[in-house]
Ligand binder design. Structure first.
Ligand code: PRX
Length: 650
């Protein structure tokens, strides 16, 4: 198709010999998973412990958005991640290595120690009345208490919803109102790149006017924060007074009982509560973690994501811990104290498998090679990438400079909704093409559809990416709104799950994800809905209307560009721009700040009043030659004004 002939990197010899999945085995297992789906997934489910075996492997109807796996099975995620290993020779192995923002700050928990902390905190939650099925919101920095909280909640069969610490009070509040948690867990503050983030202050603002009766506060920064009685309780006071000998048993929950809710942006309206359940999710997270990262006992594995995102859920916590791995959790940022921080952490903990995002790779690469070359990195065996398409230049740099040309890169395509990785190389089975997520994982049946006709395309093709079959890690519903689940993912192309991404399938059957085809912007791997940002901008009293689009950005992948129309009589000014940015930071958080705001006397609209974002994208990306026909616009002359005044250095 439109691809140039990309360079192909063959499987390194040692991977051909020692990998869990070799090329032939990949094809055999892929065929088996496709032809005998339930048989395959029944076999794979043995990867976790079941208190009671399932009665039926799956029940899936994409026409009604009904998805169930391992029906009737009973298990517990925390039991699988902890108790199993405590009863094995792994009990004194490191489960979690926590690396603080400050390079002198790190702490290791063995499986036994982590089990104890989780059990103890689970008892604290019970004391505050948290029961099976109750929701608990976690608004914490990347500290061990975040992992302990998730596992403790799972242990008693409650449902966690982690809200990324970079989200604002308003964003936190909207999530609290949506899922009605019994308890909120936060900290006095958090450290990021040497700076303090005021989490408790945000949490206090978010809790005002809600039904939440209990807030548990971890002491992290030791800044003075007010405790509201009787609502707020210190984590350390509660856990210290809990009897350590009084173990909290793991609740036997149903395979389809909810495990967590994670809010994510879509093309319209407020973020959706993506709901994942227990059995299928855990099978899929642990299985993908094992095979994609070729995980073997003794490996030290590090995923740099924040647990506020799905990557952290599946590939810092649940996948690695279910496999009994040593997982590294990092509180800081890639450029503090300097751009060599990732490499210091790899050397310090002798990391073997390293999984990060293209935006981080590009930000570090632009600082030159010396930060990398000053470190050894000999422990590395495998590299991974996630969150957005990785451009071939960044891929090559990652491969050559970080991986010294020896470490395969697994470019893993997946989504909050998918629970785990869908399209990815397997290091012992897949020759690599920089920029391609390559081939589907076992049981994943991608389809490339023509966006207009909805027809499935065969062979080499370009279109929208859908999935024909379900897999155990797939989300089950939008919390509290099953119809929205159906409308968002299953209504466009009947009988398919629609990812929202465009893609190309090349002659070798490799997939190249080309990015979102809906109104979702991917800024540094974070999904931001244009509608959310627009709603935040129009909250400003002087703003009449706003349209937000994504533009290409060298480091972030995409950046936010906003066209703003002011009320009649209002004079544009730099101060007004600052106020608008502040509105966005208050409503959503700093991650949604636009790189550019352009004043637009009017926006290009169809005669029925629909904003033509396609035209705005071309204007902001300096592609006015490709704008095409503007005759359907209500007022074609607005385009010229926008071209004349567009912002050049966004
Ligand atoms: O557009 C795709 C992009 O990220 C979106 C999913 O975002 P989120 O739910 O926040 O999950 C991110 C981490 C799994 C997808 O719809 N995306 C994710 N990974 C890749 C990617 N695009 C291209 N290549 C990838 N490897």
């Amino acid at each position: 198709m439109e691809q140039q002939q990309p360079k192909v990197y063959d499987i390194p010899d040692d991977y051909k010999q020692n990998a869990l999945i070799t090329e032939n085995r990949y094809h055999d297992m892929y065929r088996e998973a496709t032809e005998q789906n339930d048989v395959f997934w029944a076999k794979q489910a043995e990867i976790i412990h079941w208190f009671k075996k399932w009665d039926k492997v799956s029940e899936v109807d994409y026409h009604k958005a009904n998805i169930k796996w391992y029906i009737g099975g009973k298990t517990n995620v925390a039991y699988n991640c902890l108790d199993r290993h405590v009863m094995s020779s792994k009990k004194n192995q490191a489960a979690l290595i926590w690396e603080g923002d400050d390079p002198h700050d790190s702490k290791t928990y063995t499986y036994l120690q982590l089990h104890r902390e989780v059990s103890r905190f689970a008892n604290v939650l019970k004391k505050f009345g948290v029961k099976k099925g109750d929701r608990v919101i976690i608004y914490l920095p990347m500290i061990p208490e975040l992992a302990i909280s998730c596992l403790a909640i799972a242990r008693i069969g409650a449902v966690h919803s982690v809200v990324f610490g970079g989200f604002s009070a308003e964003a936190l509040k909207s999530r609290i109102l949506d899922c009605d948690p019994k308890v909120v867990i936060t900290s006095d503050g958090g450290f990021r790149g040497g700076k303090v983030v005021p989490l408790k202050k945000n949490c206090d603002a978010a809790l005002e006017g809600t039904n939440v009766k209990t807030c548990i506060v971890v002491k992290r920064t030791h800044d003075t924060v007010p405790l509201t009685t009787p609502r707020d309780h210190w984590w350390h006071t509660e856990t210290n007074s809990a009897d350590i000998r009084n173990e909290c048993p793991a609740e036997q929950v149903d395979a389809e009982d909810p495990l967590f809710i994670l809010y994510t942006s879509g093309s319209t309206g407020k973020p959706k509560g993506v709901l994942h359940t227990t059995g299928g999710y855990l099978v899929y997270a642990s299985m993908t973690h094992r095979y994609v990262f070729d995980y073997k006992d003794g490996d030290t594995y590090w995923c740099t994501a924040d647990i506020g995102w799905i990557t952290g859920h599946s590939y810092i916590l649940y996948g690695p811990l279910a496999n009994g791995a040593t997982t590294v959790m990092f509180e800081g940022v890639p450029n503090y104290p300097d751009y060599g921080r990732f490499w210091d952490v790899i050397d310090k903990h002798q990391v073997n498998i390293f999984y990060t995002a293209p935006t981080a790779i590009r930000a570090i690469a632009k600082e030159g090679d010396e930060h990398v070359n000053k470190r050894s990195l000999t422990s590395l065996r495998l590299l991974g990438s996630v969150g957005e398409p990785i451009n071939p230049e960044a891929w090559e740099w990652y491969h050559k400079t970080v991986g010294k040309g020896k470490c395969p890169i697994v470019d893993t395509f997946w989504q909050t909704e998918t629970g785990g990785i869908l399209i990815t190389p397997l290091p012992g089975a897949t020759p690599l093409k920089p920029g391609s997520a390559t081939r589907p994982f076992f049981g994943i049946q991608p389809a490339v559809l023509d966006p207009t006709t909805g027809k499935e395309l065969e062979g080499e093709a370009k279109g929208v990416l859908c999935m024909k079959a379900s897999w155990p890690g797939q989300m089950r519903t939008v919390f509290g709104d099953h119809d929205r689940f159906f409308q968002t993912y299953f209504s466009q192309y009947k009988g398919y799950y629609f990812t929202g991404d465009g893609c190309i399938r090349d002659k070798d059957g490799y997939y190249w994800i080309t990015g979102r085809v809906d109104d979702v912007i991917n800024v540094s791997g974070h999904r931001i809905g244009t509608a959310e940002v627009e709603s935040a901008i129009v909250l400003h009293k002087n703003v009449a209307e706003a349209a937000v689009i994504g533009i290409n950005h060298k480091i972030k992948g995409q950046a936010i560009y906003a066209f703003v129309t002011l009320n009649t009589g209002i004079t544009p000014s730099e101060d007004l721009k600052k106020e608008i940015v502040q509105c966005i930071r208050t409503e959503i958080g700093p991650i949604a700040s636009p790189d550019a705001i352009q004043w637009a006397p009017a926006l290009p609209k169809t005669r029925s009043g629909k904003i033509m974002r396609r035209i705005l994208r071309k204007i902001a990306d300096f592609q006015e030659n490709e704008i095409g026909d503007t005759s359907t616009l209500a007022d074609p002359s607005v385009v010229d004004d926008l071209i004349k005044n567009r912002i050049k250095d966004a």
